[in-house]
Design a protein around this ligand. Structure first.
Ligand SMILES: Cc1cc2nc3c(=O)[nH]c(=O)nc-3n(C[C@H](O)[C@H](O)[C@H](O)COP(=O)(O)OP(=O)(O)OC[C@H]3O[C@@H](n4cnc5c(N)ncnc54)[C@H](O)[C@@H]3O)c2cc1C
Length: 382
């Protein structure tokens, strides 16, 4: 039984990587245990890019976004490299979707600068998009993207540089919660630690079930594709923003990025995936869904009429209300859980890391996490 570490983090994806860094930086003894190679593509924190933005329809997310940006910039200084690529962020709002106006209300409340564009201004500023007379634009200059394939290994490297142990290709198969410590076991080894931090992403459901907690998480197989524009210049980072649509209820939102390293323009449908499990999911994109995506992209961005050049899959771990779960395990102060990021957690990995350190070291946090408690699932959790 290994008792060398006070903290163990199960899951070396986005959330686990920053938590390890901030715990180790505060001179805590911490081990990260990851079932695959660092940077693998079987979970949720891999690939070329993820949107980072302030525009959110809930105040707490805007508050968290303000801190997450600061922490990304701090990490850039530490790593002496760019992690946040500013392209501007454009939300396309349609009548019937109230979230768009809530984003305006929340950013106004938090003093985040933005511009609201009507369809005439939209056509002038962003002629790449086909919009109708009822479409409005919400442009926020700090919008952009971060890169999982770069930032996850980078944060784990920072954690290691600060003394953390990283153990990859090791699957935690059992968890035993004792009065003042937790025992976790893989096929070949066991650890007894003071605090366990579960950042297991789409695998969190079965792990929590194994210790008697039924968190209502639905794992979905999401996919995205890359398109080649006729007119490349129009889609470079200084001309084409990251974007997100706010479509009427019942229509799947689209999100996308400017040209990335000549791969083309990445576009995806948000929360369009079939239900699956992390252990049985396919790695092959669904061709019918790719066709649907292609025809929708041609309508919204006519210049992307060429063939799909590349596509990939990825997993969302969805809660019923699509808000995160970041909390102490009910009735158990030595287990902290971060799960259910529902397809929008990557931008927040630094601030979630800070929150997990707060909860693991002092059992509480001053950061706005009231929306992310287990208590909202009280009726179904045990
Ligand atoms: C297609 C797609 C597009 C997205 N776009 C955006 C976006 O634009 N902006 C944004 O902010 N977010 C976006 N997201 C969401 C974001 O990527 C996720 O919210 C985030 O990556 C979740 O990180 P995580 O650390 O919780 O999960 P993961 O990265 O999946 O990490 C969990 C880790 O735990 C490990 N693990 C699990 N069980 C065990 C075990 N028993 N033993 C050891 N290790 C274990 C897994 O191998 C994995 O590495 C997107 C997600 C997808 C899929």
């Amino acid at each position: 039984m290994n008792t060398d570490f006070e903290f163990a983090i199960v899951g070396g994806g986005g959330m686990g990587s920053t938590t390890a860094y901030y715990l180790a930086r505060e001179k805590n003894s911490v081990i990260v245990i990851e079932q695959f190679d660092i940077g693998h593509n079987r979970g949720a924190s891999h690939g070329e890019n993820r949107i980072i933005r302030y525009s959110y329809e809930h105040l707490d997310y805007v508050k968290l976004a303000k801190e997450t940006y600061k922490l990304w910039y701090e990490a850039e200084k530490e790593l002496k490299r760019t992690l946040v690529h500013h392209t501007g962020g454009l939300d396309l709002g349609h009548p019937g979707n109230t979230d768009f106006d809530d984003c305006i209300r929340c950013m106004t409340h938090e003093g985040v600068p933005f511009e609201v564009l009507d369809h005439v201004e939209l056509r002038k500023r962003f002629p790449q998009f086909e919009v109708n007379s009822t479409t409005r634009g919400l442009f926020q200059k700090d919008g952009g993207y971060v890169t999982p394939d770069v930032s996850v290994p980078a944060f784990l490297k920072l954690a290691e540089d600060n003394g953390a142990a990283i153990k990859s290709n090791t699957t935690i198969e059992s968890i035993k919660i004792l009065d003042d410590c937790v025992e976790i076991t893989s096929q070949s080894q066991s650890w007894r630690v003071k605090k366990l931090i579960l950042t297991a992403g789409p695998w969190a459901g079965p792990l929590l079930e194994s210790i008697g907690f039924n968190l209502p998480l639905t794992v979905t197989l999401e996919q995205y594709a890359f398109f080649t524009p006729q007119n490349k210049e129009e889609f470079q980072e200084n001309r084409f923003p990251v974007f997100f649509t706010y479509l009427p209820p019942g229509e799947l939102d689209l999100y996308g990025f400017p040209n990335y390293n000549e791969l083309g323009i990445k576009v995806g449908e948000h929360r369009a995936g079939k239900i699956t499990t992390a252990s049985t999911r396919s790695m092959t994109p669904d061709s019918d869904k790719l066709e649907t995506l292609q025809s929708r992209v041609r309508k919204l961005i006519p210049d992307l009429s060429g063939p799909i050049t590349n596509s990939a899959t990825c997993l969302y771990a969805n809660t019923p209300d699509t808000h995160f779960v970041i909390d102490l395990l009910p009735g158990c102060n030595n287990v902290v859980v971060a799960a259910g990021f529902s397809g929008h957690g990557f931008k927040f990995i630094p601030v979630v890391g800070k929150i997990l350190v707060d909860l693991a070291t002092s059992g509480t946090t001053s950061r706005p996490v009231a929306m992310f408690g287990f208590d909202r699932f009280a009726s179904s959790i045990v």
